[in-house]
Design a protein around this ligand. Structure first.
Ligand SMILES: Nc1ncnc2c1ncn2[C@@H]1O[C@H](COP(=O)(O)OP(=O)(O)OP(=O)(O)O)[C@@H](O)[C@H]1O
Ligand SMILES: [Mg+2]
Length: 349
């Protein structure tokens, strides 16, 4: 599950994580539940129907299958599957019952959305024998869910217990219990995407507390669009010291240094240019200090922190592959791969 404050990069990170897992040979379902068509936009493919569509396939068998889960389609499928209501589904639709269930009845929509993903997580396939049993391989090695934002994630993930609470026994109770069991099992990990800014960091901290309270297993904190340079490329320490000092004497020093140095690389040290550069370095350093404070706060959560830089050309399939590589390098695709090798053994997920 990938959550985070709105606009922080949930869809981007979920798509890249799916690619990272598929790159290591897993059959991955990448699902979204927000009616946003975020996945098709990220991969630059036509809008996804409410059915599973292969998006990326590797020669070695790794695959990303996309699914834009739709509550209405999920309800009709559900009725068809459990009650064989093929035509009756159409009748219910005409009477507005489907709209009622998916948009008006509170909570039912989330139940349908998560139920659809749950169904995909249990599905078994056996291509060879065209039939399946409890020992057939699972259809997917991993499922990556581009989940609702932090503000709604707790409610979204407790739908299983709510449904279970509606009935003491019977199929509804059983379904609710199983969804809940999957969500709170260690097989489900919740990753939180954030920017190093006050609001998303605060929402991240709140969400981690809420989700831990609900018994969910947390994954990584993904710091997206990180600016903090940790290589040799930017003289962080000196720039920070300099911005922190802020004394006129230091500024004059830098103005003098730049005025002397710029001509050596063929640039005329016009005063406006020099002051502009000095201001930029100062802003950058101040911002970096602020980001460091936010990073410190995130470190208190004692979860793995994974960072993704801001990619200047925006997000396209190449950028997703680049981010997938960064996630793999930072160990984010590792756990699932271990399970992917156990594919077909019918282990619990
Ligand atoms: N690392 C990055 N570098 C550059 N641009 C990025 C990066 N991550 C995300 N973006 C861009 O930021 C915007 C928001 O990203 P994204 O859609 O993934 O966020 P989201 O959390 O899914 O948003 P929403 O809450 O609206 O669903 C998009 O335009 C995306 O292309
Ligand atoms: Mg999104």
């Amino acid at each position: 599950m990938v959550t985070g404050k709105g606009g922080t990069g949930k869809t981007t990170v979920a798509a890249a994580l799916a690619l990272a897992l598929a790159g290591r040979g897993a059959r991955v379902l990448l699902a979204e539940v927000e009616d946003r068509q975020g996945i098709s936009q990220a991969f630059d493919v036509p809008p996804l129907p409410p059915t599973e569509v292969p998006i990326v396939s590797y020669d070695h068998g790794g695959q990303v299958v996309g699914l834009a889960v739709d509550a209405k389609a999920a309800l009709l499928e559900y009725l068809q599957l459990f009650y064989r209501l093929g035509r009756a589904g159409g009748v219910l639709e005409r009477f507005g019952a489907i709209d009622f269930a998916t948009t008006i009845a509170p909570g039912v929509r989330d139940v349908l959305l998560i139920g659809r993903v749950y169904e995909a997580s249990r599905r078994r396939v056996d291509a060879k024998h065209h039939r399946h049993s409890d020992t057939s391989p699972l259809a997917y090695d991993a499922i990556v869910l581009d989940a609702p934002p932090t503000g709604r994630i707790g409610r979204f993930l407790t739908v299983g217990s709510e449904v279970a609470g509606l009935a003491r026994m019977g199929p509804i109770r059983a379904q609710g219990d199983s969804v809940n069991e999957l969500l709170t099992s260690p097989a489900t990990r919740i990753h939180v995407v954030t920017l190093l800014e006050e609001m998303p960091v605060q929402e991240t901290i709140d969400a981690v507390a809420e989700l831990r309270g609900l018994g969910m297993a947390m994954g990584a904190i993904v710091v997206n669009q990180a600016r903090l340079a940790d290589g040799e490329d930017f003289p962080n320490a000196s720039a920070r010291a300099w911005a922190g000092a802020g004394a006129v004497a230091d500024l004059t020093d830098w103005v003098d240094t730049l005025t002397a140095d710029l001509p050596t690389v063929g640039i005329e040290p016009k005063p406006a240019l020099v002051t502009g550069l000095v201001e930029q370095v100062r802003d950058h350093a101040a911002r970096e200090d602020l980001e460091r404070t936010h990073l410190d706060a995130l470190q208190q959560l004692e979860l793995p922190i994974v960072s993704v830089p801001a990619l200047l050309d925006g997000i396209d399939p190449d950028a997703l592959r680049e981010i997938a590589g960064l996630l793999t390098d930072q160990g984010m695709a590792g756990r699932m791969t271990a399970r992917a090798t156990g594919r077909g053994t019918g282990g619990s997920r």
